[in-house]
Write a protein that binds this ligand. Structure first.
Ligand SMILES: [Zn+2]
Length: 293
């Protein structure tokens, strides 16, 4: 379970603070991610959970994809308006040397040459797709660039994952802060002063403190007013029916081979890794369905 807190910083800045420690640890176990992959996926998961919570309609759905030329290749997080997410990563085992500063090389694992892709599905015929280039591979900067250029919504974004020496996630989370158009010069100056000396986000998330106290540590120059808190979780919406549809697309010939050679097939959901078993009768049904195509 994770927690998203929505609050106002001063009068005209809305902030969403997420503590996703348990969710990122769960994702690490499911996908057996290396430390640098845990950091990259954890940051992306946290961002998508907040972006999901920012959706307006109950039936909306958001997909955040970070696609780079680095060894990770691609991370996909699907988020619902509840803030619940499902996550997948192309190469969870990426192992890179730490940076000269002793930090996990997230930028190196993601790669600089690539893009942020945001798909918003409002239940209409075509989803809205926004894209922008990766500018740092560190995820938070890439998303801030995306919001500024693709959505014309300047945003202050911080994302972090702290993994202890035995790989387990000690703290993970982040925040999105967006200012409203009628913000005063004084409030902008106070925000800028706070950002200039802001402590690392994962250190703040790991503190034994309330969300309000954590926000006040991040933004000491302005009063914090908590508006709402939401529980969020790692989830999945897979089913045998959905996996069947995926299996049908391999075509009749491949399905017949599975039936003749193995008399069965097993498919894993890319997101939650749950195994789905298809027996002889299932495969025969799928062959019939593939013929109708
Ligand atoms: Zn699943």
């Amino acid at each position: 379970m994770g927690l998203i807190t929505m609050a106002m910083i001063g009068r005209n800045t809305r902030v969403y603070l997420a503590d996703t420690t348990d969710m990122v640890e769960e994702a690490r176990v499911i996908h057996d991610t290396s430390p640098v992959a845990t950091a990259a996926l954890g940051r992306t998961l946290t961002a998508a959970s907040i972006m999901g919570k920012m959706l307006k309609g109950d039936k909306d759905k958001l997909t955040l994809q970070i696609k780079g030329k680095g060894l990770i290749r691609s991370m996909v997080v699907v988020a619902w308006p509840s803030g619940d997410v499902k996550v997948t990563i192309s190469d969870p085992k990426v192992d890179l040397e730490e940076t000269p500063q002793g930090k996990l090389d997230v930028s190196g694992a993601v790669g600089l040459d690539g893009e942020v892709i945001v798909i918003r599905d409002y239940g209409l015929k075509d989803p809205y797709i926004g894209r922008s280039p990766l500018v740092s591979g560190e995820i938070a900067e890439d998303l801030a660039y995306y919001y500024a250029h693709s959505e014309q919504q300047p945003s202050i974004i911080a994302l972090g994952v702290l993994a202890d020496p035995i790989k387990k996630v000690a703290a993970a989370g982040g925040f999105f802060a967006q200012t409203m158009p009628d913000i005063s010069e004084e409030e902008i100056a106070a925000l800028e002063a706070d950002i200039a000396v802001m402590p690392g986000i994962s250190g703040i998330i790991g503190l034994e403190a309330t969300p309000e106290e954590k926000l006040q540590k991040l933004f000491p120059g302005l009063p914090v007013t908590i508006k709402a808190t939401y529980e969020v979780k790692l989830t999945c919406d897979c089913s045998k029916e959905k996996l069947s549809k995926a299996l049908i697309t391999v075509g009749e010939k491949a399905l017949r081979e599975m039936l003749e050679e193995d008399k069965q097939a097993e498919l894993h959901c890319h997101f939650c890794q749950k195994a789905y078993h298809f027996d002889e009768a299932d495969l025969k049904d799928l062959i019939k369905a593939s013929q109708k195509k």
